[in-house]
Design a protein around this ligand. Structure first.
Ligand code: GH3
Ligand code: MG
Length: 309
């Protein structure tokens, strides 16, 4: 049996064994007392933070030398410290946070905190933390990809896939409530001519201006996105016939007043807008078809107009 064995000798040797075990862990481990003063700091903590045990021991975690922040940048050590909460409520917890390395750079860490009890009284807490860089970058990449998957790359509004998902859930929610909603189909008038006369780049610029203007008109809980080509769709929440007509008209008017910059002078575009308020027997397809019929009615009226049913 080696000298490191917990069974090799008396109680103090046992303590030494466990201390050596903790010292050598790759995970960072530190203990704080009831006042959040650091009473133990292992080699893993030194490696992950750059602070040697001599530099950390005796300091208070609320001195903020590790400057823990959460993903939104909120400072934890002085406001919402998990150690402090655990000392108060005796509960274990975990969090994804960033600490500041002695060299100044930020390190993403996964932190687990547990209370230390003596005679059923909390006398401090232990924090175990490890480098979360891999997990963090995977999560950032996943969020980025998810954003890309639902974003129209040209206009930076939602794409058709996202609109389809949101429309489906709006139909399902509508079946469970009486809160009305409506759908607008918005098509740029004579857009082919813009491309033909001014070039594809100007056409792209026009689509971006239309998208940005529409996004600015709709409320944050509404959805607007590019359905394809020069066609946009908006899902307007809490909207009866009157509200949907008002929103449709606002889209038409404000886009007609927007200006698309060009070296040889700004130009403008107009929209044909069609809208339909959801009925109890509507599916996503039937609602889209009714709004599309209304959009075609606006085209037939001479364009630059709004029709809603
Ligand atoms: P209408 O008033 O009947 O809508 O006439 P229109 O010329 O706008 O006809 P339509 O809506 O069918 O034309 C859409 C055009 O949009 C056809 C296509 O060349 C153009 N288009 C589609 N996607 C893009 C794009 O990403 N960029 C640019 N610049 N043009 C696009
Ligand atoms: Mg068009």
């Amino acid at each position: 049996m080696s000298n490191d064995s917990p069974h090799a000798g008396c109680a103090s040797e046992d303590t030494q064994f466990y201390k050596r075990l903790l010292d050598r862990l790759n995970d960072g481990v530190y203990f704080v007392d009831h006042e959040r003063r650091i009473t133990y700091w292992n080699e893993g903590a030194a490696k992950l933070t750059g602070f040697a045990a001599e530099e950390a021991m005796g300091r208070y975690c609320h001195d903020d030398f590790l400057c823990h922040v959460d993903r939104s940048g909120e400072r934890l050590c002085t406001n919402k410290c998990p150690l402090s909460t655990t000392i108060t409520d005796g509960q274990s917890r975990e969090a994804f946070v960033f600490l500041r390395h002695k060299d100044g750079h930020r390190v993403p860490v996964h932190v687990r905190v547990a209370p230390i009890y003596e005679h059923s009284r909390v006398i401090g807490a232990v924090e175990i933390f490890n480098d979360n860089s891999d997990r963090e970058s995977v999560q950032c990449r996943a969020e980025h990809l998810q954003k890309l998957a639902f974003l129209d790359p040209l206009t930076q509004v939602a794409n058709r896939r996202y609109l389809e998902i949101r429309l489906q859930s709006a139909i399902q929610e509508f079946a469970l409530s009486v809160d009305p909603f409506g759908l607008l189909i918005i098509d740029v008038d004579k857009f082919k001519a813009i491309n033909d006369q001014h070039g594809h780049d100007v056409g792209d610029g026009a689509l971006t201006i239309v998208a940005r203007t529409l996004k600015g008109i709709l409320r944050p809980d509404d959805v607007v996105g590019r359905w394809g080509g020069d066609e946009f769709v908006a899902i307007v929440n809490h909207a009866n016939l009157q509200t949907l007509t008002l929103v449709g008209e606002r889209c038409r008017l404000l886009v007609s007043q927007a200006r698309i910059a060009r070296p040889s002078g700004a130009l403008s575009v107009t929209l044909s807008v069609g809208g339909a308020v959801a009925q109890t027997d509507d599916t996503a397809d039937s609602l889209l078809q009714r709004a599309d019929r209304m959009m075609c009615a606006s085209k037939a009226k001479g364009r630059n107009s709004t029709s809603v049913e």
